[in-house]
Design a protein around this ligand. Structure first.
Ligand code: PMP
Length: 450
């Protein structure tokens, strides 16, 4: 393979493929990726990179799993498609399996993407209150900096201005409050009090907007794409309490946090809460096939019941619950269990945080935080004022990591001036050598940029 091969592909790509603005291709042409194995991907020139972002936070069990390809192949041969107006064994088995894992009674509604799953959750929350005879409780409270998807409802829930402002008006009825950002909390304030105040902001919103207009609160257990913001447990428990107090449904977005990323199977399990609705995608199939889920507490499902004994919810989607995708999800969960990848996520993350501690001595490294194999490194220009690092500094570090064979991310287009948090979310199947590689590259690149 010579360079011409890649150049030709990139030229054809440029002429024919419209990419979304991704975190990695702002200046350089997109890499043509040809092959993946374990935590590594190989480009068209034969260069190998450790994928420190698992694609888009998704390939939890790693690339090149024969078992997943085999299961998809067998299922497609046997039965390629059933619309979810009917049912099939992989969909039933997966729903049963998830219910065991969630340790609560949920009904499983299938769709295709994280955005879909959140749209479904919003529609369900609105219909739930109507079914409950509560009239038009339609508003959804979300947080600034959170990302919940790209469709007009999920984008309305998203709290990242730069993703939204060219597409407005989005779906009406979405409100935002500030999330806890412990690193940037007022100097001298305790984490507990600060987190309590952030939660109380949700309560105030409910009161000022009138509780009878609020349908739900949506949040990720940890804000991931918005900068790895890990709340104190007090915050999450308090939000749950507030939701219960006002009859507001609590939707937990596990699209990234789910399936082991944070060192528990689901992110919300760190906080011992019982969400009313849980959305999942990405790690559900480790992105081998598209599939998403909106899991709804059975007592909520019951409220939708008609005289025929079924709960009616109008949301048809052609591909949702695709048999091959469900079969792959089941096998993917089996791999997580057999290889103890959830525990592995916790161990790898702890080791990585430990390895990176010395970086905090550098003048531009403000904070390093993480939970499970999910790490954020906040870069600043000044440790006293916490002025966010300039985009050039952030871009340079990302480019240098890539030049050394490591792909990392940053919190993408969120708010002007705040693209300063590097993110790491590598496959949970990383070997000890892979982890050493990640640490070594980061240390080398940070030292060179000091
Ligand atoms: N929720 C969260 C927390 C996400 O990170 C994403 C995707 N990055 C979504 C929802 C939307 O998922 P999808 O891209 O599959 O629509």
């Amino acid at each position: 393979r010579n360079e011409n091969f890649t150049n030709t592909l990139q030229q054809k790509d440029r002429e024919n493929v419209w990419h979304h603005i991704s975190m990695y291709n702002e200046k350089a042409p997109p890499m043509i990726v040809e092959h993946g194995d374990g935590a590594w991907i190989t480009d068209s020139g034969g260069n190998r990179f450790l994928d420190g972002m698992s694609g888009l936070w998704a390939v939890n069990v790693g690339y090149g799993r024969e078992r997943l390809a085999q299961v998809a192949y067998e299922q497609m041969k046997k039965l390629s498609y059933v619309p979810m107006t009917q049912s099939h064994q992989p969909a039933i088995a997966l729903a049963e399996k998830l219910n065991r894992l969630l340790e609560e009674d949920y009904m499983i509604f299938y769709s295709n993407s994280g955005s879909d799953a959140n749209e479904v959750a919003f529609k369900m929350a609105r219909q739930y209150h109507a079914q409950n005879g509560e009239g038009a409780r339609f508003k959804i409270i979300s947080r600034y900096r959170a990302y919940h998807g790209s469709s007009l409802g999920a984008l309305a829930a998203t709290g990242q201005a730069l993703r939204k402002y060219k597409y407005e008006p989005l779906a009406p009825g979405f409100l935002h409050v500030a999330p806890p950002d412990n690193y940037r909390r007022p100097k001298g304030q305790s984490i507990e009090l600060y987190n309590l105040e952030r939660a109380r902001e949700i309560e105030e919103k409910i009161i000022w907007e009138h509780k009878e207009t609020i349908a739900a609160v949506i949040m990720e257990p940890i804000i991931t794409g918005g900068g790895v913001l890990i709340p104190h447990a007090i915050y999450v428990k308090e939000v749950e309490r507030i939701c219960q107090k006002y009859g507001v449904l609590l939707i937990i977005d596990e699209v990234i946090c789910g399936f082991g990323r944070t060192g528990r199977l689901f992110g919300h399990q760190h906080f011992a809460i019982k969400p009313d609705i849980i959305t999942m995608a990405k790690g559900l199939t480790s992105a081998y096939l598209p599939l998403s889920i909106t899991a709804v507490r059975k007592d909520i499902y019951e409220k939708f019941k008609d005289t025929d004994g079924y709960s009616h919810f109008r949301h048809v989607n052609t591909f949702g619950g695709n048999p091959a995708a469900c079969a792959v999800a089941l096998e993917n969960i089996k791999i997580l269990e057999e290889e103890k990848l959830v525990q592995r996520s916790k161990d790898l993350g702890e080791q990585l945080l430990h390895d990176l501690q010395d970086l905090l001595e550098l003048p531009f490294v403000g904070d390093i935080r993480g939970l499970g194999f999910l790490v954020g490194i906040e870069l600043v220009e000044d440790k006293l004022t916490l002025e966010p690092a300039k985009p050039e500094r952030v871009a340079k570090i990302i480019a240098d990591c890539k030049a050394n064979g490591l792909i990392i991310g940053k919190n993408g287009d969120t708010v002007e001036g705040y693209n300063n948090i590097l993110t790491l979310s590598p496959p949970l199947c990383c070997t000890d050598e892979d982890l050493e590689f990640i640490s070594a590259v980061l240390k080398k690149v940070f030292a060179a940029n000091a």
